[in-house]
Design a binder for this molecule. Structure first.
Ligand code: SAM
Length: 211
């Protein structure tokens, strides 16, 4: 039986028109939204976990936050994006899908926004999908806002194949990013407060359950 990625992609449940439109927009405008198989796996894990509140770092045009909100009908999502144009487009798509009461877009650099605004609020799930190479900083800043038993999902650990290359074959300007992602993976997989698995789906995902 052929179980190639192309074959599996055809088996993923059909998406609504707005998601197909966003996928097309992302393709034409080089916006790196989540890969289909990675997205499908994340939604599947989330539907097992059933979080009521999700924090996402890296909104882009709102694709993953809208897909999470559509799949998890009782979840509310806060998502942070530093690129004003992308965040503005995300807000437009979110309103078109009538999800503005469940998805809040915060415009700003996730490493700079005041986390105090969350007050005592804690999230059931945190999804990190922002600047590659900075994941440890994101993790350390936002992990205190995760409930015990909550889950942190981190995407892009395979770096579109770069992470599997010997370092001398990685373009020089990308080496620090690759090293940082390697170190982050090592650090998180041996972190005693989290039970972490690496899932080689999509662009590679770390799933960490807070003990
Ligand atoms: N999660 C989105 C999806 O699948 O639809 C894709 C996010 S894209 C991979 C990464 C986004 O993170 C970019 O839009 C980028 O501008 C944003 N980003 C990168 N570093 C950030 C930071 N420090 N704070 C906020 N946003 C950031």
């Amino acid at each position: 039986m052929d179980v190639s990625e192309e074959f599996l992609k055809d088996l993923i449940k059909p998406r609504s028109a707005i998601f197909l439109e966003m996928e097309q927009y992302a393709k034409e405008n080089h916006v790196p939204i989540m890969q289909l198989m990675g997205m499908d796996s994340l939604l599947h894990l989330l539907s097992l976990q059933k979080p009521k509140s999700i924090l996402e770092l890296g909104t882009a045009i709102g694709y993953s936050s809208m897909r999470m909100a559509s799949k998890l009908e009782s979840a509310s999502i806060v998502t942070i994006e530093r690129d004003v144009d992308k965040a503005t487009l995300a807000k437009q798509y979110i309103e078109r899908a009538n999800l503005q009461n469940r998805i809040e877009v915060i415009i700003g650099d996730a490493l700079e926004v005041e986390a105090d605004q969350f007050g005592q609020k804690k999230f059931d799930a945190i999804f990190i999908d922002a600047a590659k190479g900075q994941y440890k900083k994101f993790f350390e800043k936002y992990a205190p806002f995760l409930h015990d038993g909550g889950v942190i999902y981190c995407d892009n650990l395979l770096l579109n194949g770069l992470s599997e290359l010997p370092m001398n074959e990685v373009p020089r300007r990308k080496r620090t990013m690759v090293r940082n992602q390697h170190q982050f993976t090592e650090w998180l997989m041996s972190h005693e407060d989290y039970d972490t698995a690496f899932l080689p789906v999509g662009d590679g995902m770390l799933v960490s359950i807070k003990r």
